[in-house]
Design a protein around this ligand. Structure first.
Ligand SMILES: Nc1ncnc2c1ncn2[C@@H]1O[C@H](COP(=O)(O)OP(=O)(O)OP(=O)(O)O)[C@@H](O)[C@H]1O
Ligand SMILES: [Mg+2]
Length: 436
């Protein structure tokens, strides 16, 4: 993956990128997706050099539950993407029920005699925003300023250089359990890779799937994966709410397995090949047959089922997921700001009829979101299961570009040095553990 030497492209010598390679790792409940890429000379993601997708082991509801198994899956996915040991910084996604998020408002009086706001006040407000009393088991992952209020005037996004006596900042904070992050970092390191930064998974999916106009108008994104449904809301271009719900496509599969009395792998295939989320669109008489292996070696039985019955089973679970998503929107206080509707992504967004059910259940316009935001420049995987990985590689490319060629990592811009704090805590934990 050495891209520092000049290379021949189309028969002519082109200057190689001065930037190190970028690696994105989506450690999901069902699959580990890995994308490796190169930045061009201008620092934009210029090329996806490798794609990996390996079944996830050692994962449950978005978190690592077996480091060794998870490491092996990560290693397999990274190897398929060509991101082997020492491949450079990895940008990894984080999710799970341990994620806690909140909105906060902090303020200070402008100490400058000329009354102008400087970078120092902006930084002081950010530090104040981050200083919040939460459980010592949690660590901050993102601190994202949303808007500034200068002497009561809201909607200010760039306060530096403006005049004000009283400055307020509103922002969104995302926390995760130190232990869960430690397990994630250990699993990645166990695969011989080094974590450069972690990003909340739905934030990455949103980066890959949402349009600028949607972000401005107000939009909700739900990434319905295997073990979790991750939701984020943007209003006025800024993140205003984030949540990770511990329910996803695996629950639908399990319901089918129980309802049709078939093993999980058969239920998974039945869901993908015959499933529908809106039972009223399925004819009463439609029947399907599916061969299921039996305990006796080499023999199988055929299961015959009504497709309407199957759709009813799926619809019940997906309706439950949407009622949880809708509750998030309601309780965030931003439901009325979601003018552009809801965008569904993640593997389970491929379920037939799911957008129709979302519109019916939540009274919001719905579309399926596929990773498209870099499509004009690079050939990215357009399947929604890659939404998080594509967002991570776009984010990682920006990070690497901002820190400049060859310079060491200096902490994430999204949280202004926050990752060093997180990593220090996580590493501190490792230190303490390895001594015992
Ligand atoms: N065509 C399809 N129709 C219905 N469901 C599908 C389809 N393809 C994949 N899925 C479901 O998508 C889920 C996996 O999605 P995804 O790869 O986004 O999850 P993940 O990232 O591994 O998990 P999570 O984000 O929850 O940790 C599985 O439950 C799978 O059954
Ligand atoms: Mg996922």
């Amino acid at each position: 993956m050495n891209n520092r030497n000049n290379k021949k492209r189309g028969g002519r010598e082109v200057a190689a990128s001065p930037f190190p390679p970028v690696v994105a790792l989506d450690v999901g409940t069902t699959k580990i997706a890995c994308l490796a890429g190169e930045l061009d000379e201008k620092g934009k993601l210029g090329k996806i050099t490798g794609t990996g997708n390996a079944p996830a082991r050692g994962m449950h509801k978005g978190v690592v539950v077996d480091i060794k198994d998870a490491s092996e899956s990560i290693r397999a996915s990274a190897a398929a993407a060509g991101a082997t040991e020492g491949a450079g910084g990895v940008f990894a996604g984080v999710a799970g029920a341990h994620i806690v998020s909140m909105n906060r408002r902090v303020s200070l009086d402008n100490p400058n005699p000329d009354g102008r706001v400087t970078k120092a006040e902006r930084q002081a407000l950010l530090e104040k925003l981050k200083r919040v009393d939460v459980s010592p088991d949690l660590t901050l992952i993102h601190a994202l300023p949303r808007q500034y209020i200068l002497d009561g005037q809201d909607a200010v996004t760039r306060p530096v250089g403006m005049w004000a006596t009283h400055i307020e900042m509103e922002g969104h904070l995302v926390f995760g359990a130190i232990s869960s992050i430690q397990n994630l970092v250990a699993a990645v390191e166990g695969a011989g890779l080094e974590v450069e930064d972690i990003v909340l998974e739905p934030l990455a999916s949103a980066r890959a799937c949402l349009e600028k106009e949607e972000l401005e108008s107000g939009v909700m994104l739900a990434d319905i994966g295997g073990g979790t449904t991750d939701a984020v809301i943007f209003s006025g271009g800024r993140l205003v709410h984030s949540a990770v719900l511990p329910v996803g496509g695996n629950h639908i599969t399990r319901d089918i397995s129980v309802a049709l009395k078939v093993p999980l792998d058969a239920a998974e295939e039945i869901k993908i090949n015959h499933g529908h989320a809106q039972s009223h669109l399925v004819e009463d008489i439609e029947m399907a047959r599916f061969p299921v292996a039996t305990a006796a070696a080499g023999s199988e039985r055929t299961v015959t089922f009504s497709k309407k019955f199957l759709a009813r089973v799926i619809e019940a679970r997906v309706t439950e997921i949407f009622s949880l998503v809708h509750k998030q929107a309601r309780e965030s206080g931003y439901l009325s700001s979601i003018a552009a509707g809801i965008v569904l992504t993640g593997g389970s967004s491929q379920l037939e009829g799911i957008c129709g059910l979302a519109e019916q259940a939540m009274s919001l316009p719905c579309r399926q979101g596929t990773p498209s935001n870099a499509a004009t420049v690079v050939d990215i995987p357009s399947n929604p299961v890659y939404a998080t990985a594509v967002g991570l590689i776009l984010y990682g490319s920006e990070r690497i570009f901002k820190r400049g060629p060859g310079r060491p990592a200096e902490g994430s811009t999204h949280s202004l040095g926050l990752w060093e704090e997180v990593l220090a805590k996580v590493k501190g934990w490792f230190g303490r553990q390895s001594k015992t």
